[in-house]
Design a protein around this ligand. Sequence first.
Ligand code: FAD
Ligand code: NAD
Length: 583
Amino acid sequence: MLVRQRIAAAPAAFARGATKSFSSASSSSSSSARLFETRPSPSQLLSKQRSTFARRAYATEAPVPAPAAPKKKRFRFLRWTYRLTVLGLLGGTGYLGYSIYLLRHPAEQIEPDPSKKTLVILGSGWGSVSLLKKLDTENYNVVVISPRNFFLFTPLLPSCTTGLIEHRSIMEPIRNILRHKKATVKYYEAEATKIDYEKRLVYISDDSEIKGDVSHTVVPFDMLVVGVGAENATFGIPGVREHSCFLKEVGDAQKIRKRIMDCVETASFKDQTEEEVKRLLHMVVVGGGPTGVEFAGELQDFFEEDLRKWIPGIQDNFHVTLVEALPNILPMFSKQLIEYTESSFKEEKITIRTKTMVKNVTDKYIEAEVTKPDGTKELEKIPYGLLVWATGNAVRDVVKDLMSQIPAQKNSRRGLAVNEFLVVNGTENIWAVGDCAITNYAPTAQVASQEGAFLARLFNTMAKTEALEDELKKLSVAQQEAKNDEARNEIFAEIKERQRQLRRTKQIGPFQYSHQGSLAYIGKERAVADISWVSGNIASGGTMTYLFWRSAYLSMVFSARNRILVATDWIKAKIFGRDVSRE
Ligand code: FAD
Ligand code: NAD
């Protein structure tokens, strides 16, 4: 907003400057004209004579035309708009070029002091990467452990399921991120299988396809940040893991993309019964939270904009249904946005089945308990071709195991209970960020990234504090050994200055989340937004909100490379449509 205001203010400022310089230029030209009149040069005399002669000759043939309208004035606004646009484009290109240059040319890194503390960070998601971005890595021996060697911009993952965005466009290699840090950071592509709190050890396992002689080992830590996120909640419902697709990782999006096309092609197979065609083309999404809603919207878009065009045979049977156990979808949004989304889905022909709780999943249908308007319950079989399961988060095994080692975590069910400095309750040297930590906030990317940034500030402060305290110790020894009063006073002044710095450094308050708002895409180039504004919320939905949603996410993706790739994908899809090949 701030940037927008500045941009909006710029033309006005330029316009004011332009008027001033223009009028002063015209007044100086008129004064110079007067000067010439008093002392004309021979060539000017000649041209004046010529023009006078020409005017007289013309006057005999036709009346003298009225002086032309002041063209310059009329187009001044357009001219300045054009100049500002060119300037803006040049500036933007320069900035982009410079950021690409920086991305491609990382500086030499320093080796951190081995005597410093070892800080182990688990995970490469929103929480951990936001911590890494702001952490002064020269203060610690930093080790990152994650089975995923990239950061994933999850808000645009639903767009990858239909090929609107290619998955690589929203991935940022962790190596790129770490290579740009001041001091070297070690990275191990592995899963943390166990955290031994007492011994301060993390057990790690390389689960990639290629393994060396060592694929299991331990990493000792002085400080540990757990940012492993969460896994998909299935609530132990039979058949979910076997038959449905989740939507959390890149692999999930790729699997969904393949399955959509597989269902479509199988439904078009020779001699398929009508009932089977209907089943295959029934796309069921379970979970009316933002993940389910965004995916349903993207899928319907894919059908409307591409599938029905290239495979017209499926258009009467392709159908998207969103199943939700609660009385309404998107419970975290305001009532008017819930209603807007529901009416928009109706218009898009997406069926919403609320008060429908899935109890069992087989390979061809789901069994759901439907609550009727009179309050009675009924079990219903709903056949499907594609089933996407988006019912929220569950705690990862490694986190459950850590919780079981700490008595203070006994009553925590949904993840690691942390204090206001994100320290895991019952521990001294373990912090938790993101979806695996339980705070008063929803498990979102926004919360995870603010927590990560807070921890970076905290760790930077802790390192500075330790350095200042060390210096103070040395200074007080030096003061005692000082030879005379003058030297003693000099050291005393220095001690006072360091103490002042220490007080300032230590002034870091507890973590405070600042909610910027919630955004969700709902299909048909519409989005809903609940944006925090001064002392309240602004709820908006529609095409303008969709443009805001796009520009917000485009500005938030990790790097300039991601930004260009995502923008190119959008343009590509607009021009050529989405790719309907199966792979
Ligand atoms: P994650 O980002 O999930 O990262 C966890 C990391 O830990 C990963 O790198 C993983 O590989 C690693 N890991 C897992 N297990 C282990 C292990 N045993 N050892 C070591 N590392 C491990 N939130 C929003 O605010 N806005 C949105 O628009 C939005 N859209 C979303 C769309 C989708 C489709 C999804 C699924 C989520 C969306 N979210 C959104 C929620 C958001 O993605 C999460 O809240 C956020 O990713 C949490 O960050 P995290 O760092 O805790 O976990
Ligand atoms: P969610 O927890 O927000 O929603 C899951 C939904 O599934 C719930 O409404 C629940 O009632 C329903 N459900 C659970 N079990 C069911 C069953 N057996 N049958 C039918 N319905 C069932 O999950 P999510 O959408 O995956 O989101 C996870 C987190 O990520 C949330 O905190 C969310 O805010 C965040 N997120 C945010 C965005 C965004 O801001 N655009 C997008 C995606 C995710």
